[in-house]
Design a binder for this molecule. Structure first.
Ligand SMILES: [Fe+2]
Length: 178
């Protein structure tokens, strides 16, 4: 059992949590699933301060350009590779490719598009604090940039709902003591 932090002060704490989750595959490996239509997001656990997701990416699947509204976040690549594109003045700008073990930090307001690249499907772990309420979606059509705030549950293919107590404990234990 991994204790969930009850106070998040920066994305580095989310990264530390994800590293511990990555090293405990019994918490998520059996829940990996892929879908031909879209990436699949599986709830691993959460409390009122943060949430942890497993995201499974088939070849070529992408998130689309988005932000995480008021939440900051982190992700680690468990398997495969992802490319992150950022939003530049004229549209998406290729940023970097992240392979197995790489960690990405997303401060609140970070705008990006993540796409599976490489020869194998990808699996990533994500943490957000506070838990996502909305995802900002960007439309760059007709020469204008438009942002729509989309409720999280309408934004992606989420499965399993919340799963308190199954994988991660919501016990009030500071992260460094876990
Ligand atoms: Fe994101």
């Amino acid at each position: 059992m991994i204790a969930m932090p009850t106070e998040i002060q920066d994305a580095g704490q989310l990264q530390a949590l994800l590293e511990r989750v990555r090293e405990a595959p019994e918490l998520w490996q059996g829940r990996v699933r892929f879908d031909e239509a879209d990436r699949v997001s599986v709830s691993i656990g959460g409390n009122e301060h943060l949430e942890v997701w497993l995201i499974c990416w088939n070849e070529g699947q992408s998130s689309g350009m988005h932000d995480h509204d008021a939440s900051h976040g982190a992700a680690v690549v468990v398997e495969g590779q992802l490319r992150e594109d950022l939003l530049g003045p004229g549209g998406p700008v290729a940023s970097a490719t992240f392979g197995e073990g790489a960690c990405m930090l997303f401060p609140a307001g970070h705008i990006h598009d993540m796409t599976q690249v490489g020869p194998t499907r990808a699996v990533t772990l994500h943490a957000y604090s506070p838990p996502l309420q909305y995802v900002g979606r960007y439309d760059m059509g007709a020469g204008q940039l438009r942002r729509d705030a989309v409720p999280r549950d309408q934004d992606a293919r989420y499965v399993d709902g919340w799963d308190f107590g199954h994988a991660l404990s919501s016990a009030a234990t500071p992260a460094h003591q876990a």
